[in-house]
Design a protein around this ligand. Structure first.
Ligand SMILES: Cc1cc2nc3c(=O)[nH]c(=O)nc-3n(C[C@H](O)[C@H](O)[C@H](O)COP(=O)(O)OP(=O)(O)OC[C@H]3O[C@@H](n4cnc5c(N)ncnc54)[C@H](O)[C@@H]3O)c2cc1C
Length: 219
């Protein structure tokens, strides 16, 4: 959010939010290309497809690669279980419970929780084959081992299962990543799947694609 706000302030163009692209029209001469949004065609000489992989595959009519899932579970609590803005990695072994990492985002920015509360964020690797209730119960059980009785007061806020959380980039992925910038003659692509699966990778891929687009426009 903070990154978006920072960058948006520097743009000279209008950005339309909550306007999912329904289709790409890239055939024909350069004046026929563009994107369809809300049933209206927006003409463009070049299109940069910066969506997540599954959305890009859908728009391009392609079948994409493998993805890794995660579950994110959020709790509200009157008192943060830690007092530093750090990420705790579970070191108690895979049998101890589903928590992979835990942090308190409201210790990073007060804007993430009301003044009298802390926001606890728990990350779980994969999409556990249990119900949300069972997942939350096992998280709280493990957290009680870490922080003791105060965990009993944690209030569940939300469980998110993010199926396409990250592109599957198991080692030695970096050597085999396809660092493409172009999907069609007038459609460019970017995103973390064309670099390392991270914000930094997504930015680096976007930078490469922006350079390719500038070269194309100059040609
Ligand atoms: C739970 C979680 C925690 C993470 N934590 C970290 C971290 O701490 N550090 C880190 O470096 N990385 C982290 N990552 C990874 C990081 O978020 C991703 O690598 C990065 O966001 C990928 O950027 P992207 O631009 O490729 O795709 P995305 O961030 O997925 O952006 C794609 C955008 O396209 C939009 N879109 C989709 N379909 C359409 C459409 N039809 N029309 C218009 N727009 C569309 C989507 O709404 C979205 O805004 C995390 C990922 C997850 C899931």
């Amino acid at each position: 959010m903070a990154i978006n706000a920072e960058w948006y302030g520097r743009l000279r163009w209008v950005v339309r939010l909550n306007a999912p692209v329904e289709s790409l029209t890239t055939e024909g001469d350069t004046h026929d290309g563009g994107v369809m949004v809300g049933g209206v065609r927006h003409q463009a000489r070049l299109v940069v497809l910066a969506t997540d992989g599954p959305a890009a595959d859908h728009l391009l009519g392609e079948t994409g690669g493998e993805w890794r899932s995660t579950a994110c579970v959020y709790f509200a609590t009157a008192e943060a279980p830690i007092d530093e803005p750090i990420l705790l990695l579970a070191g108690d072994g895979p049998d101890a419970g589903p928590i992979n990492s835990l942090c308190v985002p409201s210790l990073v920015s007060r804007a993430y929780a009301p003044n009298d509360h802390a926001l606890v964020s728990v990350s779980v690797v994969g999409d556990p084959a249990v119900s949300d209730d069972e997942l939350v119960e096992s998280i709280l059980h493990q957290a009680r081992e870490w922080f003791g009785q105060p965990v009993a007061t944690w209030q569940l806020l939300r469980v998110y299962r993010v199926r396409h959380a990250l592109p599957d980039q198991r080692p030695p992925h970096y050597r085999t990543i396809e660092k493409s910038t172009r999907a069609r003659q007038r459609v460019f692509v970017c995103g973390d799947r064309f670099d390392t699966a991270s914000i930094n990778g997504a930015i680096r891929s976007g930078h490469r694609t922006a350079e390719a687009v500038l070269r194309e426009l100059d040609a």
